[in-house]
Design a protein around this ligand. Structure first.
Ligand code: COA
Length: 202
């Protein structure tokens, strides 16, 4: 059975799929190994991001990017790609989260944000999708993508495009996105980040 709730976010009304009782795999219960090797079940809560989540989103994104080895990108590129988490950046992110055109969903475990995904409605873009290293491979990013695609459809979008890193290419292909073309994203300071433009018909 699926329900809908109306979430009011920064004066923007958005219909979101309610935390489903049977959303994915083992009903959103995931088995993971804790640092002390103890096994625990964690319930993953998916909800709309609020402006007060700004710092957590920046930290999640930074940690996600910097966790990668220098295999696909140099450390210089990873450092330039990772966002800053200073007060100015947090304020800017907090303002961006108030933009009704930009919709972000977060995945939360025990009150902590462990991943998030953002779409831009006007541009028809899936803008970002990041999951913290200890929580990868649990289907969290897939669930976030499914949910933002549902929202995109509700908003009348027929397709979503995204700019994938080389790291996430296979992940997005598994979610049904196809490659359009490769290009270099300009990170400034003469740093070019090879990326792939992708698209999915919703
Ligand atoms: C890419 C990322 C979002 C995936 O998050 P995740 O929660 O581990 O992904 P999921 O567990 O939902 O994986 C879903 C499927 O994709 C696969 N997958 C996930 N990450 C993958 C990767 N980097 N390469 C290849 N396959 C991947 C999983 O094995 C799984 O496959 P299955 O359906 O056959 O079981 C995460 O690794 C991340 O944050 N990476 C760093 C930041 C990044 O590059 N983000 C994208 C910006 S463009």
């Amino acid at each position: 059975m699926s329900f809908l709730i109306m979430a009011k976010i920064n004066n923007f009304s958005l219909t979101l799929p309610k935390m489903k009782t049977k959303p994915y795999a083992a009903d959103s219960k995931f088995l993971f190994d804790g640092i002390q090797s103890c096994k625990a079940f964690a319930t993953v809560l998916y909800r709309a991001a609020l402006s007060r989540d700004a710092e957590a989103l920046l930290r999640t994104r930074r940690e996600s990017v910097l966790s990668h080895s220098g295999e696909k990108y140099s450390r210089l590129i990873l450092e330039a790609w990772a966002p800053k988490t200073d007060a100015t950046s947090i304020l800017q992110e907090s303002e961006a989260l108030k933009n009704p055109n930009r919709i972000s969903l977060v995945a939360e475990i025990q009150g902590n944000i462990v991943g998030f995904c953002t779409i831009g409605i006007a541009e028809g873009l899936l803008k970002q999708c990041y999951v913290l290293p200890p929580y990868r491979g649990m289907g969290i990013a897939r669930e976030l993508v499914i949910r933002v695609e549902d929202i995109a459809r509700e908003k009348g979008l027929a397709s979503l495009r995204l700019s994938s890193s080389l790291i996430a290419l296979d992940f997005y292909q598994k979610q049904g996105y196809r490659e359009l073309h490769s290009y270099n994203y300009d990170l400034g300071n003469d740093l070019q980040m090879p990326c792939i433009m992708m698209e999915k018909i919703l």
